[in-house]
Design a protein around this ligand. Structure first.
Ligand code: DX5
Ligand code: ZN
Length: 221
């Protein structure tokens, strides 16, 4: 399964509902919601009230990426405001395993994120608890950064590990993905593609079509 998950961090916040409707009309199924707490990352973005408002207007799959210290504190709150998938950073959780189990018990898809410098062995004891691993392809905190090519061997290693163990886990990539960098991450084995600045701006449907066209082409090969 391949999905484009546009990050609204790059959207026009004065008309978020309309922007989500445009994504839906363009055939997108997922939307990526970046929550930042000003502690785990320097910036602060938005939280539950914004997500709850969008939930009332949208049937998109809400892929919520928490860049938040000790996110275990907020699991039920994000479920209640409409998250379908909840991603926590391994670096931000004192009890990663308990946090992931609690996300599943709350009825959401659990996912774990790793910063660029966090090794894949951090996943050793939690891979059986998640539906998705998010490999950051920039250091989290801001949209519009440049893709780190060092992440490609890491994506490849994780894909190989998942194939060897036969685990049905998605690999998501996030940060600096655009028409130039997309082919390399697909080739390396990513199947859920986050893109912020490459999707929002003039001509959202055209940008979506170009990115998803590349994904379909890859899938066909
Ligand atoms: C970065 C966020 C990303 C970001 C991606 O910390 O997690 O989701 O919005 O933005 P682009 O695609 O512009 O790099
Ligand atoms: Zn993100």
């Amino acid at each position: 399964m391949y999905e484009l998950s546009p990050s609204i961090l790059a959207a026009d916040f004065t008309c978020l509902g309309e922007q989500l409707a445009k994504l839906e009309a363009a055939g997108v199924r997922w939307v990526h919601l970046d929550v930042m707490d000003g502690m785990f990352v320097p910036s602060i973005s938005f939280g539950m009230p914004v997500i709850a408002s969008l939930r009332k207007q949208s049937k998109l799959f809400f892929d919520v990426h928490l860049m938040v210290e000790e996110p275990q504190r907020y699991i039920e709150a994000f479920r209640d405001c409409g998250a379908d998938s909840l991603t926590v950073h391994a670096e931000a959780c004192r009890h990663l395993d308990g946090t992931l189990r609690q996300i599943r018990a709350a009825g959401m898809r659990p996912a774990v994120a790793l910063n660029p410098a966090t090794p894949l062995c951090s996943l050793d004891h939690v891979l059986g608890l998640v539906d998705m691993v998010l490999l950051m392809t920039v250091n989290p905190g801001f949209g519009g950064q440049s893709f780190l090519p060092e992440s490609l061997p890491k994506i490849r290693s994780l894909r190989k590990l998942l194939e060897e163990t036969g685990r049905p886990v998605d690999i998501q990539v996030d940060g600096g993905i655009n028409e130039e960098t997309l082919p390399a991450v697909l080739e390396a084995g990513a199947n859920i593609i986050v893109a912020g600045s490459a999707v929002f701006g003039e001509d959202i449907p055209g940008r979506v079509e170009r990115l998803t066209g590349m994904m379909r082409e890859h899938q066909g090969t």
